[in-house]
Ligand binder design. Structure first.
Ligand code: BGC
Length: 247
């Protein structure tokens, strides 16, 4: 058993996770993300959240929408700039009194999908992309994660890819599914050319609408929706924490 926390721009979700099943072991709790989401403010929310599960023990995994190397956050494209340089593993471990391990949000989702979800048992190079406020990416080769791939920040035709092709860009520019799928085709064709993956997984909230836009993405590689949907972050974070703790 481990605990997973998914830290996002609008909500912070947490639940104990049954690592045999890859599912929540108790009902998930969601707390609104505070307006100024500095690491210290978020640490207080984690303390409150964990306080609602007095019986939970074991390591705690936390997703962060930025680069994380050895527990230290190194980028903050869509979060408060004060995260950069923060030793989040240490800060959250001290604040909560639990062993906390922080992981990039897309990497957590990728770990969960390869262990329990759409890519379970798939060999070769699996690339997960999450289409949300930004674009997150996870690279997994034979189930092993290569962390912090950050492929939402690829520059394509003079644009940062996530500024053109994230779900937030679809909403901002009021794009039809067809128009958005055109931008996604450009994006995934670039990834195809660079990585020759065996499988693309599409995650993020909008993956529930995959039937609307997925078949319109014109690429050669198999592309399928992720299946853990909004559980992927919490489950993947818990899995990452357990592995980091050597469980
Ligand atoms: C960040 C990534 C993150 C992605 C999805 C990007 O802007 O740089 O670290 O995985 O957004 O949240």
């Amino acid at each position: 058993m481990a605990f997973g926390i998914d830290f996002g721009g609008t909500g912070i979700k947490g639940a104990p996770v049954d690592l045999d099943q890859g599912d929540f072991a108790a009902e998930r709790v969601r707390i609104k993300t505070p307006g100024k989401s500095t690491p210290e403010a978020i640490a207080e929310v984690f303390v409150e959240l964990l306080g609602q599960f007095p019986d939970s023990d074991g390591p705690v995994g936390v997703t962060v929408p930025g680069v994380v190397r050895h527990g230290v956050v190194h980028s903050a494209a869509n979060i408060d700039g004060s995260w950069i340089g923060t030793d989040a593993d240490r800060l959250f471990t001290e604040a909560t009194g639990r062993e906390v391990h922080v992981v990039n949000d897309a990497d957590a989702a990728g770990l969960a999908e390869v262990r329990y979800g759409a890519a379970a048992g798939r060999q070769g190079l699996v690339m997960l992309t999450t289409l949300g406020t930004g674009i997150g990416s996870a690279l997994l080769y034979d189930g092993v994660l290569v962390p912090n791939s950050e492929l939402g920040h690829l520059e394509i035709d003079g644009h940062v890819a996530e500024h053109r092709a994230a779900n937030s860009a679809r909403e901002r520019d009021d794009l039809s599914w067809e128009k958005w799928a055109g931008r996604l085709t450009t994006y995934y064709r670039t990834l195809e050319r660079l990585f020759s993956p065996d499988l693309f997984l599409v995650g993020g909230g909008v993956s529930k609408d995959f039937a609307e836009f997925g078949p319109l993405i014109d690429i050669d590689t198999e592309i399928i929706p992720a299946t853990l949907l909004n559980k992927a972050g919490v489950v993947g974070a818990a899995l990452y924490a357990a592995e980091s703790a050597g469980i």
